[in-house]
Design a protein around this ligand. Structure first.
Ligand SMILES: [Zn+2]
Length: 517
């Protein structure tokens, strides 16, 4: 016993008649304990094995992890909420490296909370809210309330639009200057810049512009989160090289790393090798993947660069129709055919392009031209190879993103983080549970530059999960993609119960995060 404990014991003896009830020393510092999670198997998020421990939370912070040894008296009087983990896993809440959605439309984002995600990142693929001051928009989100925590990226495409550059290939010097200034200002509140080089208007940007932007990002100690120029297998080396070039000035991250039409673990190893040698050369590069073999995006992804926008498309339809039809026929066939394109926007929702073409008795390329058009729908495209994607996931510098949204017609928005545990940990055993949790917590926090979340440790913010990995189940499917994941019994956001046993808590507890806080 320490002197302090002896004194406490003597006091306790005289007041209570015994030395059995000694509150742990840290308890003295707090008038009350807001949350006590007892009997957990704690995975700290750093990759080590689970350890039996209690977790004590005061306000939004974890104040103790270990054997709390609370007495019955403490439990009755000073603990506001008590959760018996009963040997289940207690882990940091998951951080989604790349998500989509509108916090004003679906502020609760239950799809994310239900799969254990306590922090989402929006402003992806080059597109962030088209507002003059991102900081004001973020304040509005915060005052409106949001279920998980939110952090923002500023979109390169959006900056192009706001600075008047639009789809111009080579911006005028004064426009470029304006865009760089806007980026600089936005990076005070955003965690980085996102690019969407496969989409308009970002696809018009050339090397010089991208390097100028990267310098500003690096100077602010932020990162570039990139949907690369082209994800087709034979284009990947070029796409990665373009991003690594920017990586000389700022940290870079490949969003939803995939190979469209590529196959096999060996191909994944080639790509991972490229990233590893870049890291050896001093470039800070990481990537994220989602665990599905179909991508999901606007149908313009299959249209040629000269017919992606409605204006370009109308011209192409009149002047280059045969060429356009042939391009679409070849591209769709290359992407595993019209059966592998599942449409996700009404009135086509749930039909494949093949089914729609059959229904209309029209060749699918003509359906794309005459019925749908480049802005007519979103779709799921079954273009990826499971073996290749699974190998990517095992790399220690590859994390997890859903790329999903609350309303998207693709199961990734409701299933990703559950599927990682259900399939890759429990069924296929390609990841251990501590490693999977590390990827989804401390690794993601490190990528984003978050220093106070992603680890279960005293002093960190209490974003926490309680779950039994054997019961985690991603129920979302391609035909029914909007079904909530099950198995994350308790989801704590900033010390509050955001969701428990399938029910949302009595409030929106997410914060809008700022970098460096
Ligand atoms: Zn993307």
């Amino acid at each position: 016993m320490t002197t302090r404990e002896i004194i406490t014991c003597v006091l306790a003896f005289s007041l209570l008649g015994g030395c059995a009830k000694i509150p742990p020393p840290f308890l003295d510092e707090y008038v009350s304990i807001d949350l006590f999670i007892e009997n957990g198997q704690v995975l700290d998020g750093l990759g080590g094995a689970a350890k039996a421990a209690d977790v004590v939370v005061v306000g939004e912070k974890i104040v103790f992890v270990g054997d709390a040894q609370f007495t019955a008296e403490d439990l009755g009087s000073r603990i506001k909420k008590r959760i018996d983990a009963n040997d289940r896993i207690v882990a940091p809440g998951f951080i989604d490296l790349h998500a989509h959605g509108d916090p004003f439309e679906t502020p609760e984002f239950e799809n994310f909370l239900a799969m254990g995600v306590t922090t989402i990142t929006l402003g992806q693929d080059g597109s962030s809210p088209e507002v003059a001051h991102l900081a004001n928009w973020m304040e509005q989100v915060a005052s409106n309330g949001i279920g998980p925590n939110l952090l923002m990226f500023v979109g390169h495409g959006t900056l192009r639009t706001l600075s008047g550059i639009g789809r111009t290939q080579t911006p005028a010097p004064e426009d470029l200057e304006r865009m760089l200034e806007m980026l600089d200002t936005s990076l005070k509140v955003a965690f980085g810049m996102s690019t969407g080089l496969e989409y308009n208007p970002g696809l018009n940007a050339k090397r010089e512009e991208l390097l100028a932007l990267a310098r500003v990002v690096g100077r602010n100690d932020r990162m570039i989160m990139s949907h690369m120029r082209n994800e087709d297998d034979e284009q990947l080396e070029d796409s990665i090289a373009e991003l690594l070039d920017q990586g000389r000035f700022a940290r870079v991250h490949i969003s939803h790393l995939k190979s469209v039409f590529g196959k096999g673990a060996d191909r994944a190893d080639e790509l991972l090798g490229l990233l590893a040698s870049a890291r050896d050369a001093g470039i800070q590069v990481t990537a994220g993947v989602y665990p599905y073999s179909a991508s999901y995006t606007g149908i313009d992804i299959v249209f040629p660069v000269w017919a992606k926008t409605v204006e370009q498309f109308e011209v192409a339809k009149l002047e280059r129709r045969d060429e356009l039809a042939e391009y679409l026929r070849n591209r769709i066939n290359r992407r595993n055919g019209p059966e592998a394109t599942l449409l996700g926007t009404d009135p086509y929702t749930g039909k494949t392009l093949a089914e729609l073409a059959h229904e209309l008795e029209t060749p699918f390329e003509d359906v794309l031209i005459d019925v749908i058009g480049p802005d007519g729908t979103s779709g799921a495209y079954f273009v990826m190879n499971d073996e290749l994607q699974a190998r990517l996931l095992t790399d220690s510098f590859v994390g997890v993103c859903s790329d999903g949204r609350a309303t998207g017609f693709h199961p990734r928005g409701h299933g990703t983080f559950a599927k990682i545990i259900e399939k890759y940990v429990m069924q296929d055993k390609v990841l251990t549970l501590p490693e999977a949790v590390r990827k989804m917590t401390s690794f993601a926090a490190g990528v984003l530059g978050i220093t106070d979340r992603g680890v279960v440790r005293a002093g960190m913010v209490a974003d926490l999960l309680v779950f039994d990995p054997a019961r985690v189940h991603a129920t979302a499917t391609y035909p029914n993609p909007l079904q909530l994941a099950i198995g994350f019994d308790v989801v704590i956001v900033n010390g509050n119960v955001a969701r428990q046993d399938g029910q949302l808590g009595d409030g929106l507890f997410g914060d809008v995060l700022r970098p460096g806080t």
